[in-house]
Write a protein that binds this ligand. Sequence first.
Ligand SMILES: [Cu+2]
Length: 294
Amino acid sequence: MKGVLRVLRVAVAAAVLLGFGALAVPDPAAAGLGQPSAWQLGMQEAGAPVMKDVVWFHDLLLWIITAIVALVLVLLVVVTIRFNAKANPTPSRTTHNTLIEVLWTVVPVIILVVIAVPSFRIMFFQLNTPQADLTVKATGKQWFWSYAYPDQGKFEFDSLMVPDTELKPGQPRLLAVDNEMVVPVGKVVRVQVTGADVIHAFAVPSFGIKIDAVPGRLNETWFKAEREGVYYGQCSELCGKDHAFMPIAVRVVSEQAFAAWVEDTKKKFAMAPAPVPAAVTVAATVEADVPAAD
Ligand SMILES: [Cu+2]
């Protein structure tokens, strides 16, 4: 009994030390804001409150899993060294130890509760859209995105990837688009997401959002960009041959710049009045030709 407890004590101490060592290595600052960077470790830098929580939760889990793995490793090493046939020729015939049995039931339960509480909190934070300042409708199509701003006027535009041969300096390959989705900084943006043909998914890692674009269904997510800049994402549901070539680019600008952009874009992409369908025109003509019956 005493021996087992001593082994446990040593194991826990070793696990804690190893845990500290492992966590000193990854450097989340190596990741870029809004886009991936070369030799990146960890996730992209957080640009919105939800992603801040996601990163925090990821780090918490890393601590927990590191400690568990280290503890198991230490126990295995201790067992192989101290209790092999040579070192321990007459093994103990112990079959039960109430204290240890209670511990290995209660400790995992506590660990799971510690994980579950923030996990649910973040899930509700992510899924409950707060009072939105702005709504953008993103429609996934084979293979590009279309954006509409229902509160700003009747306009919608397509956003296509810039091909490698037309990239301007500073534009990231496979991520830059011709017409970016533009939003004001510090405002809650509600993104309504749907698909026009097959299932796509709207995802921007720095904002911590990823939601399916399902034909015939309007999904909703939200973000509040905290800094100006361009934030890139990709379609995240395998949707066909050009799935990898329909990126998402969100440009976050000041409120004045956003207002100016809306004015420009309204003119550029104003929707033409819906044409009268041919069938309706024919029907109207036929009706006019029929002499009054009464
Ligand atoms: Cu897609």
